[in-house]
Each structure stands twice: as C-alpha cells, then as structure tokens.
Design a protein around this ligand. Structure first.
Ligand code: PEP
Length: 253
C-alpha cells in the first residue's frame, strides 16, 4: 500500500489560504505513489474541495452520533456531504482539551466508517509515561480501547502514533523508539484483526519536517506521517511527501 502523508491544519485556515491548498494538491500530483491528504477545519472543507478538485480533503474530528441534538457538533454525514473523504479521530489535543475518552474515540471511528469516511485514529503517550518506561504498554492499551469493534478491510483505517511530547515541540523520539512502538502497534492490530489488521497503515506524527522525514520513513512499520505545523505551506509539506515517495526511505545511520 502507498505511504499516507496527511496534514492536520488544526485551527488554522481561512479563505485566503485556499490557494495554498490548491498548490499542495497540484504539487502532490508529482508523487502518485504517495497518498496525500489535508485535514482542514470543518468550515473550510467544502471550499477546499472546490479549490483542489480530486485531492483528498479530510476533517479533524467527527461526532459519534450520526445526527441529533448536539449543538455545535458536526456529523460524519455532514462531513461527507461537504466533500470530505476522511477524518482524524482521537487527536491528543481533543483527548486532552475536550476530554475525549478511548470509548468516545472508538464510537467516532465506528460512526465515521459507517457513514463512509476513512479514519486516522491517533494514539500516543505523555512525556511522564515515556519517562516511566511504560510508553509501549500504555499506547497499545490505548489503541486496544480506541479501535472499532470490527475491521472489514485495512484500507479505510490508519493509526497515527503521536507522542504528545513530540507534537509541536520540535522533539522527536529516536528511530529505535518509533520502530519499537510501531512494531508493537502492528502486532496488536494483527492480533485483533488478522491479516486486515496487519495491513493497516501506521503513521508517525510529532514534529515531522523536511529535515527528518526521510529518516522516519525508513523505520520499519512506518507507513506515513501525520503532519501538523509543516503541512500549512507547500514549501514545507511537499518535501515530506517527496521523502515518502522514496521506496524504503533513506538509510538509517
Ligand atoms: C499533529 O498535530 O498531529 C502534529 C503532528 O503536529 P506537529 O507536526 O506540528 O508536531
């Protein structure tokens, strides 16, 4: 399966940024062996789809209910209707600031899939957990509790390992730490869902940029990246896409 490089624009993006989305879409076409997507604010989705026809636009969250009395929330059907193809669920910023639990994340993933959206499901440990030596056990347990009950095939789901302490900080785990975590997540996915689980793409996220992307993509079991800050401008994002296009990535020193 192609590597997947998805940008997370978080709470950034106005009409004035639509040409940047169009530029990213246009320049991504040079790398057909990489699946590229941008997850933009919900209110920008429809305009982003119009600005970049054929390019994959995603959302950053979805409500777990298909519809109902949930003031201010956005449903999977609405995202799909606006032209989104996928949504992030369980980003650590939502787990922390909106108090989303693993059960919430699981419900969101199931509802999104049920409505026809692909899903990037995020997991990751705090710095305190990393320092305590419990990162792998903690993140595997988080994955286990956040996964949908069933997996009919690997293509619609990606798991993003995003250590909280690496998001927006410029700090990145060692390639050995990334490899250890991704191998553990792959093993758990295979245990849960057999060959479909083993084929789920596992992305790394947390301070990915042009300077470190090739090294990260060369780590075994890294099938792509979820990119925050470096996804806002084509000049920063496209070199990451280009690094993902290099078969096997660069050699690890
Ligand atoms: C993210 O928010 O998912 C993320 C990985 O952010 P950054 O790349 O800025 O660390």
């Amino acid at each position: 399966m192609n590597k997947l490089v998805a940008g997370n624009w978080k709470m950034f993006g106005l009409s004035a940024d639509l040409p940047e989305i169009a530029a990213i879409a246009e320049q991504s076409r040079a790398y057909p062996a990489v699946d590229v997507a941008l997850c933009v604010p919900a209110i920008l989705i429809e305009r982003a789809v119009r600005a970049a026809p054929g390019f994959v636009i995603g959302a950053q969250d979805v409500h777990e209910a298909p519809y109902g009395a949930h003031t201010g929330s956005v449903s999977a059907g609405m995202l799909l209707d606006a032209g989104a193809h996928l949504t992030i669920v369980g980003h650590s910023e939502r787990r922390e600031f909106q108090r989303e639990s693993d059960a919430d994340v699981k419900a969101k993933a199931e509802t999104a899939r049920g409505c026809g959206l692909d899903v990037i499901l995020c997991v990751g440990e705090s710095l305190a957990v990393r320092v305590s030596g419990q990162a792998v056990a903690t993140v595997v347990a988080q994955l286990d509790a956040s996964l949908p009950a069933a997996l009919d095939g690997p293509a619609w789901l990606a798991v993003a390992y995003e250590p909280i302490w690496a998001i927006g900080t410029g700090k990145v785990p060692t390639t050995a730490e990334i490899g250890e975590m991704h191998a553990a997540l792959r093993a758990r996915l295979a245990e849960r869902f057999g060959s479909a689980g083993a084929a789920v793409r596992i992305l790394y996220g947390g301070s990915v940029k042009a300077a470190n992307a090739a090294e990260i993509f060369a780590v075994a079991d890294v099938d792509g990246a979820l990119v925050g800050g470096a996804s806002l401008k084509a000049v920063d994002f496209i070199p990451i896409v280009a690094a993902a296009a290099v078969e096997g990535g660069a050699a690890i020193a």
